[in-house]
Design a protein around this ligand. Sequence first.
Ligand code: ATP
Ligand code: MG
Length: 659
Amino acid sequence: MQNKSFSSKGYVFPGVWQKYTDAYADSLRMPEEYFGEIAKQALYWKKPWDKYFEYDPPIHRFFIGGLTNYSYLLDLYEKSWRKDKVAFYWEDELGNTRALSYHDLFREVNRFAQVLKNLDVKKGDRVGIYMPMVPEAIVAILATHRIGALHVIVFSGFGAEGLASRLDDSKSKLLITADGTFRRGKFLELKKIADSALEKATSVEKVIVFKRWKEEKANMRKARDFWWHELMAEVPNNVYVEPEWLEANDPIYIMYTSGTAGKPKGIVDTSSKLVWLYANMLWAFDLNKENRKRETWFFTGDIGWAGGMWFTVYTTPLFGLSSVFYEGAPDYPKPDKFWELVEKYKATVFYTSPTVFRLSMTYGDEWVKRHDLSSLRVIGSVGEPLNAEVWNWVFEVIGNRKVPVIDTYGQTETMLTILPPYFIDKIPLKPGSATLQVPGIEAAVLNEYGQPAKTDEKGLLVYRMPFKVPSIFLTVWGDVERFGEKNWSGDNEFVNSVYYDAFRGYFYTSDVAMEDKDGYFWLLGRADDTLKIAGHRIGTAEIENAFLFHSAVGAAMVVGKPDVLRGELAVSFIVLKQGNNPSIELAEELRRTVRKVLGAFVVIEKVYFVKRIPTNRSGKVMRRIGRALVGGMPLGDTSTLDDPTTIHELQNAIKDSGY
Ligand code: ATP
Ligand code: MG
């Protein structure tokens, strides 16, 4: 069970995958039958679709002519036993709580939809949502959708620049925000940041402000700014707003990518993508009818990135679950905040990112062990490769060797595509692998010449085009108008071409992967992070994983540094677990560990011990920052960096010349 390397073929939770193989074959042979059935389960269709699929390169359309509105699910729950079920358990860092039942959600969404209509927001308008993790953010998102407007969620940790550029790019006409939010015990004044963003984002005409704490923090501007509670007080409690019936391919939101590689892209999705969301969550978390009645769901991601929006705000009503919705930092006031929440709300699903696991590892097992986590049925991970060592730790310490730990791979553009399809088959898990491609997806690994890579050979992950399933996004915001000209081929004029022009006939993910003999996919990091040492290509995730074999290492970031002789050398930034101290001996031990796991060619030029490694707002390691610093290159766009002071930390470590 202890798998010690990436290419390990060891299984955990032995199972079968015959049903999966059949389902996969069916999905490609008859996608309309397969996904039509799922679409009917997922959403209410006011009018059935006329045609399943149309491909008008590079635009994919699904369920053409079908009319739906996701928020109508709330109407259905209002008429069912779920009416009184808790939809969201909210809690903040200080332990203040609120609970929102499905009835409350139905009422609040209708009332706020009326508020938006009163402010003349219409179908197709863009509404910026710069909100803390409070229930009103959920209400704002669903109400915006109900009236057919597009929500543009901007992470509340962004500064004025990040907010302004997203509001401006999307030409949002309304902004919904709050006076502020609490994070690590401090009050972050969002409205102040919004005010300064609005000097640049001139498309915004009106602002709705939710009062999180104090009125005087909001600096309300007459005629432009409105209090949430005052607008809500004007609409009757029982107001009903008929959902705007949307064609399945009408845009419903713009979600900006995490900006790990560079400038974030505004991904535009449609209602048909919510069918894909339903399928994703159903498969991965085995949300059968019985499970979904009982499930208390806890996805920890912020609504400001695709994961939080999909896996909390949309998934919860999609399956009628109860969800934990937490405002604050994972390790505040103490490192066990998340475990406290799992125990208190008896969460059955805990779904998070590898950063959260790595953070917990560095704090030490005791913080987890002091809580009863026996309610957990499944633990999920998304956002970055889940190294085998971290997997083992999660399996042992959090799951107590009883709970499957599943890795789910995806992108803002295509949602999840590789995951253990637990609903279909209890397939065996291999630590370090996100397992199998899901029905309807035709993933492949290509070498740099565009030829299929061999079994266990590293290459670039792509999907065959056209997609037969609504996994694929509609477009990148801003490209859509230009499609009229039908001149998308080859000239790099469109942002979309990043995806479509790299390999003809394929969608390019920009990620490195390999496929093993059982068809399991191993995600090895981003193509732009890959190192080439003495002719060998090696993913950063592989080297970082090797570091983690050493018991003193809590987290590792590896980047390449140009070298005349070998092409590139690996430079490492290491966070030690509590109780370990930097030393030249330890650095040597770590080098030995890496050589033992990966081979002597992996020369670690430097070991820099640091307290934190740079991550972006969605918790992803931003290796390009490290790469720029060690290579003496410009830093590029740093607006998505979670904590800009990590830059100084790395700079100082480099200045001290490391080990
Ligand atoms: P940008 O596209 O702006 O550079 P980003 O790619 O980080 O940012 P997201 O769409 O949030 O934005 O993240 C998708 C990426 O995250 C994937 O392309 C992949 O690199 C990584 N990723 C997500 N889940 C996994 C996973 N389970 N295993 C490995 N990598 C993952
Ligand atoms: Mg990306």
